[in-house]
Unconditional design. Structure first.
Length: 201
């Protein structure tokens, strides 16, 4: 992970064709931690809120803990996960989550923040492609399952993302100098912010 100063980032969701650009994610990323709040409109037209906090080891960028909560209408859900020193994913009560064995990174829908984890950790050379087993979490239901994905570094700040779940989904992801996604075509667009309270944008 190349950035040192805290980052204040915002993305606007563009993935709901009926409500394009309605919603916002604000996330503060500091050393080894991220704190986010997101509001979006679900595919059924009902708005929902998602908050999450992530903690990881630096400089290895290995996730250690994820805490998520979501609310849609009268339904509220929460999810708490941790990763022990053996790389096993554990639930809130410390139970071993066998289906996530082999996952190192987390991929939370809907946010582009977690795309940064494999980029940070892999240090891909230009032209290099690597496959990953991800713990994929979907809001607002907060379900979690293992999914295969791949990243290819095409240019210094451009990556090709591939979902290997049979959908054939691919996306070109331009990133900034710290490896944060700038534009996720048809899904998210980052908002340009002024420097505020000493936080780097």
């Amino acid at each position: 992970m190349r950035h040192h100063a805290p980052r204040n980032l915002c993305w606007v969701p563009t993935w709901n064709s009926n409500f394009p650009g309605i919603g916002l994610e604000h996330v503060l990323v500091a050393a080894g931690a991220a704190d986010s709040s997101l509001v979006a409109v679900d595919e059924d037209g009902v708005p929902f809120r998602l908050t999450y906090r992530l903690h990881w080891d630096e400089p290895a960028c290995v996730l250690r803990r994820a805490e998520l909560s979501a609310r849609k209408g009268s339904q509220a859900r929460s999810l708490s996960l941790s990763i022990d020193d053996a790389g096993r994913w554990l639930g809130r009560a410390g139970e071993h989550l066998d289906p996530l064995d082999g996952c190192v990174d987390i991929d939370i829908w809907p946010t582009p923040l977690t795309n940064s984890f494999p980029i940070w950790r892999s240090h891909l050379r230009i032209g290099e492609r690597r496959e990953f087993r991800m713990a994929w979490m979907s809001a607002p239901d907060l379900t979690v399952e293992a999914k295969a994905q791949a990243y290819t570094r095409l240019e210094d700040r451009l990556y090709l993302f591939e979902s290997l779940d049979g959908t054939g989904f691919k996306a070109l992801l331009p990133v900034d100098g710290d490896g944060f996604v700038i534009d996720y075509p048809e899904l998210f667009k980052r908002v340009a912010l002024r420097a505020d309270a000493g936080l780097k944008q």
